[in-house]
Design a binder for this molecule. Structure first.
Ligand code: ASN
Ligand code: CA
Ligand code: ZN
Ligand code: CA
Length: 331
């Protein structure tokens, strides 16, 4: 896969990066020609409208600091670029809808807005600037999380409430993590944490943990009959934990300088199959077996079917999918 991005970007979270830009007249705009013309817009602190397409005279964007309006645009464009490339190179998927069409990103939404979101109606991702407009929510994992909501809408489309909502959220965290691990920039270090760079809690702790989701104070480590009654960003913990166990196994592990300690619901020891295979299984399940009403029991069945399709019914992978679900009390 040949990347052809030409712009130089100074991002806030990933250091120096390249961004796809398009020359128009004597200047450049933030339009990524290699990725379906994905475009990045400046909302200039408005909370509605398309905003203004980012333009620049010399194709050098941002300065690494949030006070420069282009900086958040660089991170957002870079995150979209990596997410596009991940879906294309790993899963053969061309863009969110699979049709090669790019989406849009909008940065500088509101003032001090501490969230980011995907919206099907504008086929766009929108990012707030964080507390004091200093920590835009444009890290790779957040961008990939939001963009994956678009992929989910185009595929399994799990309804955003109850258990299906938790699976929708987890799908975004799973592929956010997959994209982050695949990033090659020296400043981009893959982990099983979500939002570790945006300092949403003000104390350097991440928003979510996949090895032991309850570390955030709200997420569920395992399924119970109450799983459908909690916020979807908490019921997602069950599938995030499943994905960690399936990838890495239970117990202690140190990866890229981060210590993990993943328990199982029943104290059983679970062995991982590696993140790459776990990603393949989740993607196949999402695009083949998940539907708007998929709950945890059905997600177990769907991922087992996916493992069978990919690796066979007698495969180690198939058995470990079952064991990882047992590890989060889904039987
Ligand atoms: N950042 C959140 C999410 O993507 C926004 C929301 O809850 N709608 O899930
Ligand atoms: Ca410039
Ligand atoms: Zn989400
Ligand atoms: Ca992360």
């Amino acid at each position: 896969y040949q990347a052809i991005e030409n712009g130089k970007g100074n991002s806030q979270y990933s250091g120096k990066v390249t961004v796809g830009s398009k020359k128009v007249g004597s200047s450049y705009e933030l339009t990524d020609k290699a990725r379906g013309n994905h475009r990045t817009y400046d909302l200039k602190h408005a909370e509605s409208g398309t905003g203004k397409l980012f333009k620049d005279a010399n194709d050098v964007w941002g300065n690494g600091k949030p006070s420069n309006a282009q900086t958040a645009a660089v991170d957002a464009a870079y995150g979209a670029q990596l997410t596009w490339d991940y879906y294309k190179s790993v899963h053969g998927r061309k863009g969110i809808n699979g049709d090669g069409k790019g989406a849009t990103s909008r940065v500088h939404y509101g003032n001090g807005y501490v969230n980011a979101f995907w919206d099907d109606s504008c086929f766009c991702m929108t990012y707030g600037d964080g507390e004091g407009n200093k920590k835009p929510l444009t890290s790779i994992d957040v961008a990939a999380h939001e963009m994956t909501h678009g992929v989910t809408s185009a595929t399994g489309n799990m309804e955003y409430s109850g258990e299906s909502g938790g699976l929708n959220e987890a799908t975004s965290d799973i592929f956010a993590t997959a994209v982050e691990f695949k990033a090659k920039n020296p400043k981009d270090v893959g982990d099983y944490l979500i939002g570790e760079k945006i300092d949403i809690n003000g104390d350097g702790s991440p928003l979510r943990y996949m090895d032991k989701p309850s570390k955030d104070g709200g997420s569920l480590d395992k399924w119970s009959a109450n799983a459908g009654n909690v916020d979807v960003h908490y019921s997602s913990g069950i599938a995030n934990h499943f994905f960690y166990l399936l990838s890495e196994g239970s117990g202690k592990k140190r990866i890229n300088g981060v210590n993990y300690n993943s328990p199982t619901a029943d104290g059983s020891k679970v062995l991982g199959i590696g993140r790459g295979k776990a990603e393949k299984i989740w993607y196949k399940a999402l695009t083949t077996y998940f539907t708007s009403t998929t709950n945890y029991k059905a997600a177990r069945k769907g991922t087992l079917s996916a493992a069978k399709d990919l690796y066979g019914a007698n495969s180690t992978e198939y058995k470990r999918v079952a064991a990882a679900w047992k590890g989060v009390n889904v039987k």
